[in-house]
Design a protein around this ligand. Structure first.
Ligand code: NAD
Ligand code: 3PG
Length: 466
């Protein structure tokens, strides 16, 4: 079998018995050939799962610059990233062997999802493994802002005893406005109500409120009614620059803004102005338009031109995109509140969230490579079939193609000499994906099926697992 075919073929472990039918454990045709690149310090759980499959796994702790990424991605069948790695159309076009992208996080805005789908590359993420951790951080920030904890902490670390109660409040009875009432927003809603807050939320879809929370019709209505505004929308064309001068002006005088969603949602210069002139009493910002690729002394005006102005504002909590992490301790750096995080080895939510993400996304990558299962993909038709039983000579054809009329008839004509045990097909936009389990296929027929299907006019990618 040629390398080209081999790399698109996965072998099933065959059982010796026909009488006791069991699902076949799928194994890569030559697992040593499946190369996986993991970036941005993916959790060990994910690494171990992939290594256990026999894949060649390279794990790098940071995000890579585009030129290095392009060099590396050419050679791999799967890539695992987090929020910093930009998989643009340009990068994806270079990824000639890539089958699957695993986002070991919630957000998928860093990937050109359409470009990936057009190349037959499925993208998976972990939609809610870290939602609770973000919601808990927001509660900590609401209390910290309300009591000016960040500033008091900085002052005392500098030897300055400044016991004040002016403009420090309880959060009980205050109003929280949540923009984006998905996994995180709704968790936050429950926690905030338990702390005695009144919750309003705004979302583009009608959603069932948790507890006694109320959905409001417009963003402006939410901004005008809330003492605290917390943003939990994904980055989309509609949410970019969502909170600017006009929106901040609509916020109540003396209110607070919290952003742990994406750095492009809030325009920082008008926020700085509102903090300087006292319209807002404080802000907590976890995400920034530009973020460094790795840890280090990178948070300065070179990164974002307004950084020093933001650092100079009172009652501003700045954290390095750690919404999902468990806030373990707070220390002071030279001139601003800097949160130092420790992975909580005694069972804090950090380890839990990252372990769950590693397990979930790692498993999705394996199932896609070995079985073709695309359930949970964010850019791709979602299909699966029952496991192949241990009958001999059954293969699974995985055919990703453009959604054009007549293609399935053409493919089924190719398969008509064989017995199609089961078949499933679905489409999403112009991309369609078909899975077919075909029994009684001889070894030489596998190549023939692969070659005829992959040369179909609508072919994007064809794989066979057996
Ligand atoms: N800081 C962090 O470490 C961290 C961690 C996890 C997630 N995030 C970010 O938080 C975002 C939200 O996460 P989630 O899991 O709650 O997502 P989700 O998809 O469950 O919920 C997002 C909600 O926003 C709504 N929405 C979309 N566009 C909107 C708009 N224009 N106006 C109002 N509502 C809109 C959606 O309908 C949905 O209900 C993620 O996309 C990610 O970017 C950040
Ligand atoms: O999208 C997410 O899950 C968060 O923004 C966290 O991203 P990270 O894994 O890069 O920290």
């Amino acid at each position: 079998m040629s390398l080209e075919v081999a790399s698109t073929v996965v072998r099933l472990t065959r059982s010796s018995s026909f009488t006791h039918s069991h699902p076949k454990a799928l194994k890569p045709f030559d697992s040593g050939e499946i190369k996986i690149l993991l970036l941005e310090n993916v959790n060990q759980r994910g690494i171990s799962l992939l290594e256990k499959e026999g894949y060649q796994v390279e794990s790098i702790k940071k995000a890579l610059p585009e030129d290095v990424l392009i060099e590396k991605i050419r050679d791999v069948h799967a890539i695992g990233i987090r929020s910093k790695t930009k998989l643009t159309k340009k990068v994806i076009q270079e990824a000639k062997k890539l089958l699957v992208i695993g986002c070991f996080c919630i957000g998928t805005n860093q990937v050109d999802l359409e470009a990936a789908a057009n190349r037959g590359i499925a993208v998976f993420n972990s939609p809610f493994s870290n939602s609770r951790s973000v919601a808990e951080l927001i509660i900590a920030e609401i209390i910290s802002l309300s009591r000016q904890l960040g500033d008091r902490n900085i002052e005392l670390h500098q030897g300055n005893w400044n016991k004040v109660s002016s403009q420090c409040y309880e959060i009980r009875g205050k109003t929280l406005g949540i923009v984006g009432y998905g996994h995180i927003g709704s968790q936050l809603s429950v926690l905030a109500e338990a702390m005695g807050m009144t919750v309003f939320f705004h979302d583009i879809i009608q959603l069932m409120p948790m507890g006694t929370a109320k959905q409001v019709n417009t963003l402006y209505e939410l901004l005008e009614r809330s003492d605290f505004v917390s943003l939990h929308v994904p980055e989309t064309e509609e949410t970019k620059n969502m909170i600017g001068e006009e929106e901040i002006a609509r916020m109540k005088k003396g209110s607070y803004l919290i952003n742990a969603s994406r750095g492009t949602i809030v325009q920082i210069p008008p926020l700085i102005k509102a903090l300087q002139n006292g319209h807002l009493l404080g802000a907590a910002i976890d995400v920034f338009p530009k973020e460094p690729a790795s840890n280090g002394q990178f948070y300065n005006n070179e990164l974002n031109s307004w950084t020093s102005d933001l650092l100079a504002c009172k009652n501003v909590i700045l954290t390095p995109h750690i919404g999902w992490l468990f806030l373990f301790s707070i220390i002071i750096s030279d001139n601003y509140l800097f949160t130092k995080l420790f992975f909580n080895l005694k069972g804090g939510s950090t380890e839990e969230a990252q372990y769950m993400i590693g397990a979930e996304v790692g498993a999705a990558i394996i199932k896609y490579i070995n079985c073709g299962t695309s359930i949970g993909a964010v850019n791709f038709p979602e299909i699966d079939l029952r496991a192949i039983q241990d009958t001999d000579k059954t293969i699974r054809l995985l055919f990703c193609h453009y959604n054009v009329p007549g293609v399935l008839r053409e493919i089924n004509e190719i398969l008509s000499d064989h017995n199609v045990d089961k078949q499933y097909s679905d489409s999403r936009g112009n991309i369609a994906y078909m899975m077919a389990d075909i029994s009684n296929v001889d070894d030489q027929d596998i190549r023939k099926i692969y070659e005829t299907v992959s040369s179909n006019r609508a072919n994007i990618s064809t794989r066979i697992v057996y």
